[in-house]
Design a protein around this ligand. Sequence first.
Ligand SMILES: Nc1ncnc2c1ncn2[C@@H]1O[C@H](COP(=O)(O)OP(=O)(O)OP(=O)(O)O)[C@@H](O)[C@H]1O
Length: 319
Amino acid sequence: MRDVVVDYKRAGQPPVRAVAGVDLDVPEGTVVGLVGETGCGKSTLARAMVGLVPLASGTVTFDGAEVAPIGRRSRSPELRRLQMVFQDPASSLNPRRKVGVQLQTAVDLSGSDRGDRGARVRELLDLVGLPAAAAERFPHEFSGGQRQRISIARALAARPRLIVADEPIAALDASAQAQIANLLVELSRELSLSLVFISHDLSIVRQVADVTAVMYLGKVVESAPTRPLWEAPGHPYTRALTGAVPRVGRPGDLPAELPGDVPDPAQPPSGCRFHPRCPVAVERCRTEDPVAVTAPGRVSYCWLTDWSTTTERIPVERP
Ligand SMILES: Nc1ncnc2c1ncn2[C@@H]1O[C@H](COP(=O)(O)OP(=O)(O)OP(=O)(O)O)[C@@H](O)[C@H]1O
């Protein structure tokens, strides 16, 4: 994604700039975690990634092809290999059709399999840990975790190279959460596919993501390999978020040590968007939008990030 901007228009009101200029790379075979407080634009970014919302500006490319919004023209076979899994499997599955029929339709649409469709459906169910008999049942006959497995099987029908999973575990109970997170990561390794894993649950992202990107008010403010991001965050917002785990409360609650509310994205603060809540902001942060401060594999958008002092705190790996 390069300089991606997404606006939501509202009648009689200024538009909401839900994504305000994001650069993000998802390297092949990598699990990228996307975190941030509620309302910071994670879902919108995910939708922009797969062409489900139009961009106000910027570009999204996948394997060299531009991802055009769905509906403007039919999806090329290459772009079918870019799939999305949603939070609520119940709303993305058809309650009146048997699971096997829905998976067959997905296989047919993908155009990737001309052989035995039944065998492919059984293979898909097996990949997500469900028995072949599941094909003969309806979605409501399954638990939430099993339904999410079915949604994942449907996404896999297209033989994707990238799956964008938007809060895939938020609606599940605790044991199903871990199972589904693990399933997605195992599948990404087994099938060499890239995964964007969006979650409020920072501790799960910490466990599953190779790289973590942190969003605040429509921007990615920091991204880095997961371990250094946690052990030596470069951005004050990342420090606040990571310092807030584990904590009791609703997922997506504000970190305790951050004062104030997330500002309205229709009227973002001047300069660095985080400055009104930042414990270390200086005058420049109020007026100038921070530029990227990079280190190998890492980027932070903060005037005060200094990798020479930040990374010293990463402990040396012992064999
Ligand atoms: N259809 C819409 N019309 C107007 N504003 C919207 C619309 N969808 C989202 N927004 C606004 O865009 C901003 C980003 O929302 P988005 O859902 O992308 O954030 P999020 O980080 O995924 O939040 P959550 O974790 O709660 O899903 C929010 O301020 C939200 O209110």
